[in-house]
Design a protein around this ligand. Structure first.
Ligand SMILES: Cc1cc2nc3c(=O)[nH]c(=O)nc-3n(C[C@H](O)[C@H](O)[C@H](O)COP(=O)(O)OP(=O)(O)OC[C@H]3O[C@@H](n4cnc5c(N)ncnc54)[C@H](O)[C@@H]3O)c2cc1C
Length: 314
């Protein structure tokens, strides 16, 4: 059967990997590349992972899925030097108690092979669907594709709601937004990851410390989600100034801010009670990280359980 998959992030990769060997899959992605919120911005001789800076894998099934990329060196465990900054307290060292993973040389490239068995249309922002169960058409920028027997959306819940309107609604899911600041540094500090307390910033990550990156020191600073919520519609220039000043106070050397990126739906803070949504009568489905509160791992678990369910009970 023919399946349209909306989104080429981790959930889209997992759905495609499981379904494409059995069915004709076409993937529609609004951005120029793969990865979704596992994102990397490239500059001349530098790069910034401005979405998820790293992720963990607690379930055996996610670790098993990652093992192929770990063996192929497109994914690596990263053990950076860490510190914590709190007001009126000396910085103190922290350790991670479980492995944290990063893509090499970028956060998104390791996902690309999972789309090999499908056709992929990049820069295609699906606006809505039309038709009927088993004969769906997808529409973007005056063009349309179809008919498809099934449509699966891996976009964040508010975007899927728009695309599937009026069939899909999960208002209980909540995301935190995050502003990300991308900088070059004069000098890298002695730590590579810093957590901040009572600050406009939540995390500082020395991107150039990750394996496989160019050595020019680069920083990604992630704003505190509640601060972001309060400043979501401020001008990027204002945000850049605020975040750069807050970051500079902890660096001990100068920084040059390159740009900011606003993630409206960065992290799930209230997940859905079910890991995915599947309507057999309508032949529509949705999955993604909103099935849990563990970021990338939740996207994997949601997409893999959704795709297996679709395969086993067609
Ligand atoms: C700043 C930040 C920090 C984070 N930190 C962590 C962390 O430390 N650890 C962790 O595990 N997770 C973290 N996360 C969350 C993690 O990145 C996500 O949970 C995970 O990547 C979600 O994958 P997904 O496939 O469900 O969604 P996405 O990656 O969002 O993929 C959905 C895809 O759908 C596409 N799309 C959307 N609408 C349309 C449309 N209309 N038409 C076509 N395509 C469309 C999008 O472009 C995107 O590529 C962070 C995220 C951000 C932004």
């Amino acid at each position: 059967m023919s399946i349209a998959i909306i989104g080429a992030g981790l959930a889209g990769a997992v759905c495609t990997h499981i379904l494409a060997p059995h069915h004709r899959c076409v993937v529609f992605e609004k951005s120029r590349g793969f990865g979704g919120r596992l994102a990397t911005r490239r500059g001349s001789a530098a790069s910034w992972d401005h979405g998820a800076p790293y992720f963990t894998a607690r379930s055996a099934s996610f670790r098993e899925f990652l093992s192929r990329s770990l063996a192929g060196d497109t994914l690596t465990e990263w053990s950076p030097k860490q510190t914590t900054f709190s007001p009126n307290q000396k910085p103190y060292k922290r350790n991670w108690f479980e492995p944290h993973y990063v893509g090499t040389p970028s956060m998104n490239q390791w996902l690309k092979p999972y789309f090999n068995d499908a056709s992929v249309l990049l820069e295609t922002n699906i606006e809505h669907i039309s038709g009927q169960p088993g004969q769906w058409n997808l529409h973007a920028g005056g063009e349309h594709w179809g008919p498809f027997k099934w449509v699966i959306s891996t976009a964040p819940v508010p975007q899927t709601t728009q695309i599937f309107e009026p069939f899909f609604s999960i208002p209980s899911v909540r995301y935190h937004p995050v502003w990300a600041l991308l900088c070059t540094l004069e000098r890298a500090p002695s730590w590579a990851v810093a957590s901040l307390k009572d600050s406009v910033l939540e995390r500082l990550i020395i991107n150039s410390d990750k394996p496989g990156r160019a050595s020019n020191p680069t920083l990604v600073a992630l704003a505190d989600p509640l601060w972001t919520e309060a400043h979501i519609d401020h001008e990027p220039e204002f945000i850049q100034g605020q975040l750069a000043a807050a970051a500079e106070a902890h660096l001990g050397s100068g920084l040059k801010a390159i740009s900011v990126h606003r993630w409206r739906y960065a992290k799930v803070v209230r997940a859905h009670t079910n890991p995915f949504w599947l309507d057999r009568a309508k032949q529509l489905g949705a999955c993604g990280d909103w099935g849990g509160e563990q970021g990338a791992e939740s996207a994997f678990l949601s997409a893999s359980s959704f795709a297996r369910e679709l395969l086993t009970r067609q």
